[in-house]
Design a protein around this ligand. Structure first.
Ligand code: FES
Ligand SMILES: [Fe+2]
Length: 440
């Protein structure tokens, strides 16, 4: 099927309770996602604490677009397309650093202010000002117009037209708020580096998995289950290791996950762990509650800490865990190639033990060295292969479907519902086709 300039064909790929395999395996669909979906949505770029000083920069990608996030001289954050307007060289080559007051292209030394404006060209007399001013290059590096720094979380929308940031995220921002408020100073800092690992599967399989509560007790039985069994053989009185505290909830019962609840927001966002979660029963860290009580008062502190949301999916491609302060990005590299980045945050003003817990969780669960992560990795790759089978065409997301759900907003339902997955795929079709022109 030809999908380019064919929004009607894209729409046929998402049914109320099924999605077509092409959305995971077609290279053409992948290209269209890069052109449309990742331009029409607000995509996470990075965190302000990665670039605290003027001139600090961080290079990354939005969809397949190379960008550089930089702290400008006026301290605001700019997101620039990382592309020299002269011959196309990526101007910022390092993952991060400080560029001072300007970027300098390594090829012919054109320089650009940190808002992208062209600053200087060596031997400029070689350019007739009139002709040159008519050239695109005279405008310097292209700055992304729609950038939002939400309490240090930086997002951008590449498409000049579209939904506003507030409209796109709505109430879902409450998960970021809660993660921030878990710091007695209301401030987070990226800490502990980033763990990256490559998956031979489509990026949407990872997004889908974030609210898949019917898999942990099955896929993770061999890893988390073994950890718990080993722990059960420990001599009586042995203090429970932090790792066991983090592993054990993965093999909770179906009833536990049903009772957790899932909240579904508009535009593809949603979260598991409304009433309870796998992060709800961690042991207390000495000094933390006192610091929170002092900062917020008893009532408010209790309210913040009682909010133990499990996974919040921010459509299209990040997942945030407020209670353990991690953020994962599912970076699309190809129809069957995804780079996962796992970022961790320090709660400024909280005891160091909390960061230790965050880092341990990240290594145990979300890293290339993770035990649990390989269970998921294996099933993603097997799905990517399996979907090439011509025996069946559709992927099923019918669990606890309610035909009326399209008319309901911001609701909490049974924790094993696949409503959030349906929500994502419907948002997928909408943002894919929003800027697609019908072929004539
Ligand atoms: S390519 Fe950047 S200065 Fe020539
Ligand atoms: Fe998993």
């Amino acid at each position: 099927m030809n999908y380019r300039n064919n929004p009607a064909a894209i729409d046929t790929l998402v049914r109320p309770t099924e999605v077509h395999r092409d959305i995971f395996i077609s290279e053409e669909i992948f290209e269209l996602e890069m052109e449309h979906l990742f331009a029409n949505t607000w995509v996470y770029v990075g965190h302000g604490s990665q670039i605290p000083n003027s001139g600090d920069f961080y290079t990354t990608t939005v969809g397949d677009q190379p960008v550089v996030m930089v702290r400008h001289t006026d301290k605001t954050i700019k997101v620039l397309h990382n592309r020299c307007p002269h011959k196309g060289v990526k101007v910022a080559g390092d993952a991060c650093g400080n560029t001072g007051k300007f970027f300098r292209c390594p090829y012919h030394a054109w320089t650009f202010k940190t808002d992208g404006k062209l600053l200087s060209i060596p031997l400029k007399k070689g350019y007739d000002p009139e002709t040159f001013n008519d050239c695109e290059a005279s405008h310097g590096m292209a700055a992304v117009e729609n950038v939002r720094d939400y309490r240090d979380f930086v997002f951008c929308r590449l498409s000049p037209e579209g939904q506003s940031f507030d409209e796109f995220f709505g109430e879902s921002l409450s998960t970021l708020d809660n993660m921030i408020e878990r710091s007695p100073e209301g401030k987070l800092e990226v800490a502990g580096g980033v763990l990256r690992y490559m998956h031979d599967c489509n990026w949407k399989m990872l997004v889908d998995n974030q609210t898949d509560t019917c898999h942990p007790m099955v896929a993770h039985e061999s890893s988390a289950g073994t950890a718990v069994r080993v722990w059960e053989e420990a001599p009586e009185g042995t203090p429970k290791p932090m790792a066991v505290e983090q592993f054990a909830p993965f093999i909770s019962s179906y009833e536990f996950f049903e009772g957790m609840g899932i909240r579904v927001w508009e535009n593809g966002h949603g979260h598991t762990g409304v009433h309870n979660s796998i992060h709800a029963a961690y042991s207390e860290v000495p000094g933390y509650l006192e610091a929170m009580n002092q900062a917020y008062g008893h009532e408010r502190a209790a309210e913040i800490l009682a909010n133990t949301r499990h996974n919040t999916t921010y459509f299209p491609n990040i997942m945030v865990k407020g209670p353990i302060q991690t953020l994962r990005i599912f970076k699309p590299l190809g129809a069957n190639k995804t780079l996962v980045e796992s970022w961790t945050f320090r709660l400024v003003g909280a005891p160091d033990k909390l960061l230790e817990r965050t880092l341990m969780y990240n290594r145990l669960i979300n890293a290339p060295t993770s035990v649990v992560g390989h269970d998921d990795h294996e099933v993603y790759e097997r799905s990517q292969h399996g979907l090439h089978s011509r025996g069946r065409e559709w992927v099923n997301v019918a669990r606890l479907y309610d035909p009326d759900e399209a008319n309901r907003k911001n609701e909490v339902v049974n924790g094993t519902s696949e409503w959030q997955m349906r929500n994502q795929y419907q948002a997928w079709a909408r943002y894919m086709t929003a800027t697609m022109k019908e072929s004539t």
